[in-house]
Design a binder for this molecule. Structure first.
Ligand code: DHB
Length: 392
């Protein structure tokens, strides 16, 4: 049986981008349907990054003044860059008058799911989109299959691909799913969650001769830490003792507080921007449009900035028949996307050790880090990008 449904905006993907877009559209009186192939439970429990920019927090607060970002989230007014055995603090409010919040992505998702379902949003889990057609017409369609195997066709005024790096919407926009600007890196992150008290009050980004490490947090009882590893590393190949030994060796000057490790994963590094972000009546946002390496935590924040722009453009298109903002969407979104690409690439290359690094490379890297931390202009550049450029 084939069920056909009609809506104004079909959103593929119930991650932060898709859910926030559905909220902003509803605010403008525009009905949407959100589908996701995952279950609600899977969406709410996948561990992702944890840093929200000031602008992201301002938006989440405007969406829900009682957002838990301000209760269980933790404001961070700085980070530490560590190299050659010394720590250097970057003071965000002192430099740019802004901060960031440590509030994990899955908590944002729990909040947004509760809010959207409470508002009566048509949100369907376990629905797998297979393709998008007719984006050059005014009635683009999404073809999908429900968890029960039922075929579903969603006909809309506009289709949004918020469906992550393996987007099925992307080919309808770029012509083929791999069409984009790409960069690979010769390393990855080994990430752990450990039951232990925090080892430091703020995040430590540490460049060491043996490779990079990041000491982050989740709560007073749970900490998140990462260390640079080979791209093909097996997360189960190391003992807990080996993991702690590696981490300790990469943050000289701090004795990490160790505890049981209850999750481990390897995060791939790549930079990607799709050649096209919009074609006819379809557009891409978030990881469907671009991927950044994790250093600097730009991924989710960038997705949310895309969505703010797209929501404005769809409001003009669908409520006022004004096509100018949607015609300008790709160009305008690209400006921020490439700044974020640059920042993520820069933090990555400045802090990690390339497998073939020479003594010259190590010393040049220390010189680069020193130029940043010893200059107010350098620290301000970093703080401005880390806390996020104004949205929109
Ligand atoms: C975290 C991840 C990042 O990529 C980063 O730059 C900072 C923090 C995190 O998961 O806590």
């Amino acid at each position: 049986m084939i069920t056909s449904i009609r809506t104004r905006v079909a959103i593929v993907g119930a991650g932060p981008a898709g859910l926030i877009l559905s909220h902003l559209l509803a605010d403008a009186g525009i009905e949407s349907i959100v589908i996701d192939q995952r279950s609600r439970d899977e969406i709410e429990h996948t561990i992702r990054a944890g840093i929200l920019e000031q602008g992201t927090v301002d938006l989440l607060t405007a969406i829900d003044p009682n957002t838990r970002v301000h209760t269980i989230g933790d404001r961070h007014d700085g980070i530490e860059l560590r190299f050659q055995g010394e720590g250097h603090r970057i003071d965000f409010p002192g430099l740019v008058g802004r901060s960031v919040w440590l509030y994990p992505q899955h908590e944002v998702l729990k909040d947004m799911l509760r809010l959207r379902l409470g508002a009566g949003q048509d949100l369907r889990f376990g629905v797998t989109a297979s393709r998008v057609e007719d984006v050059e017409s005014e009635r683009p369609r999404v073809f999908a299959t429900t968890a029960d195997g039922e075929e579903l066709t969603i006909e809309a005024d506009f289709v949004v691909g918020a469906d992550g790096s393996r987007s099925v919407v992307r080919p309808a926009i770029t012509g083929d799913s791999r069409s984009g600007y790409f960069r690979e890196y010769p390393f990855a992150w080994f990430g752990i969650l450990t039951e232990a008290p925090p080892s430091a009050e703020e995040l430590i980004y540490s460049n060491s001769r043996n490779g990079f490490a990041l000491i982050s947090q989740r709560s007073p009882e749970v900490q998140r830490m990462y260390f640079q590893c080979a791209p093909d590393a097996d997360p189960n190949a190391l003992t807990e003792e080996q993991i702690w030994e590696t981490l300790q060796s990469r943050v000289p000057g701090t004795t990490l507080k160790e505890g049981p490790i209850f999750q481990r994963d390897v995060l791939r590094f790549r930079s990607f921007v799709a050649h096209e972000l919009r074609h006819g009546r379809a557009a891409l946002v978030g990881d469907a449009a671009h991927t950044v390496p994790p250093t600097g935590a730009k991924g989710m924040n960038l997705a949310i900035a895309d969505v703010v722009l797209l929501a404005r453009a769809l409001r003009a298109l669908l409520n006022e028949s004004d096509e100018r903002p949607i015609d300008g969407y790709a160009e305008q979104a690209s400006r921020r996307i490439w700044k974020a690409q640059h920042f993520s690439w820069w933090m990555t290359s400045m802090l990690h050790t390339a497998p073939d690094a020479s003594d010259f490379d190590h010393l040049r890297q220390a010189g680069e880090l020193r130029s940043v931390v010893e200059s107010e202009a350098g620290r301000t550049f970093l703080a401005e990008a880390y806390t996020g450029w104004p949205i929109g």
